[in-house]
Design a protein around this ligand. Structure first.
Ligand code: CP
Ligand code: NVA
Length: 306
């Protein structure tokens, strides 16, 4: 059966653990190498990854491109606006066409139903590169970063501050699968849905007080207050302001707590410079790990691990 990676639950606990182990091991094995050098075993030689972007991207675009290259394969990167998709060709037809040329498809889009439809009509693996509902590849990199920082996932307390968005939904799903607690502090009107909370399998909850969320937390996470596709709204920014990650909030977490942000950041909005550039921040490692984690996602999709 074709393996799709539309959400973390597609891989399950064992699959995710296998991917994390693989990501960490492969990263170590090529330490110090030039970025374009292919891994010694070139496990995806001869494979082509098609990438379709309906939204902007820096990290996802470049890290997937480099991921498939390091695994021995190649990629074709397309902006939806320059494809027939942008003129109304259906996702279903696009899925069937790309499946005839390429070995896997990664898509970044708005409506999650589009990645579901892409997977339904494709005969090759489909990967969710972010939708309005979730961002599973990002959380694979986040978990790798947390493990590399010396934490264990089970029993961890992750505090989320700000918007109840797609990235939070995937973090809560990860908590449910890997056994860590997620406490999200979000203002009224911007809290995650009950459906998203349920992904946490009882380990995720929402609070209104940022201090309550960060108390005893190992990991503090935030994201932009205005996601791609959302209108810039002064009212939303004002409601979010008490949830800004400040040095005072970091000091209320565990002394060895670490800060994560998927990026791009809006400095002075969801986080202050002193935190994002401070000693507890792991953002550059987190961003680099998109590459390593996605190599494992690609290998999982092709049944090589997990
Ligand atoms: N974090 C993330 O997905 O970044 P890009 O939007 O640059 O891909
Ligand atoms: N929540 C953000 C994440 C960007 C990587 C967005 O959807 O725009």
């Amino acid at each position: 059966m074709t393996r799709h990676f539309l959400d973390l639950s597609d891989a399950g606990t064992a699959g995710i653990q296998a991917m994390l182990d693989d990501a960490i091991a492969r990263k170590k094995a090529r330490a110090g190498w030039t970025k374009g050098r292919v891994d010694a075993d070139a496990p995806l030689a001869g494979h082509v990854l098609a990438m379709v972007f309906e939204k902007n991207s820096t990290r996802t675009r470049v890290s997937f491109d480099m991921a498939i290259r390091q695994l021995g394969g190649t990629s074709i990167v397309m902006d939806a606006g320059s494809m027939q998709l942008g003129r109304g060709e259906t996702i279903a037809d696009t899925a069937r066409i790309l499946s005839g040329y390429c070995d896997a498809i990664m898509i970044r889009t708005d409506d999650h139903q589009k990645v579901v439809d892409m997977a339904k009509y494709a005969s090759v693996p489909v990967i969710n590169g972010l939708t309005d509902a979730s961002h599973p590849c990002q959380i694979m990199a986040d978990m790798e970063t947390i493990l590399e920082a010396g934490f264990a996932l089970p029993g961890l307390k992750v505090a989320w501050l700000g918007d109840g968005n797609n990235v939070l939904a995937s973090i809560m799903e990860a908590g449910g699968l890997m056994g860590f607690d997620v406490v999200a502090a979000c203002p009224q009107g911007y809290q995650p849905t009950d459906e998203d909370l349920a992904r946490g399998k009882g380990r995720a909850r929402v609070v209104g007080d940022p201090r309550e969320a960060v108390e005893g937390a190992d990991i503090i996470v935030t994201d932009t207050w205005i996601s791609m596709g959302q209108a810039h709204a002064e009212a939303k920014l004002a409601a979010m302001m008490p949830f800004q990650v400040t040095e005072a909030l970091m000091a209320a977490a565990k002394p060895n707590a670490r800060f994560l942000h998927c990026l791009p950041a809006h400095r002075g909005e969801e986080v202050v410079d002193a935190v994002i550039d401070g000693p507890q921040s792991l953002i550059w490692q987190e961003a680099e790990n998109r590459l390593h984690a996605q190599k494992a996602v690609l290998r999982w999709c092709f049944g090589q691990i997990g």
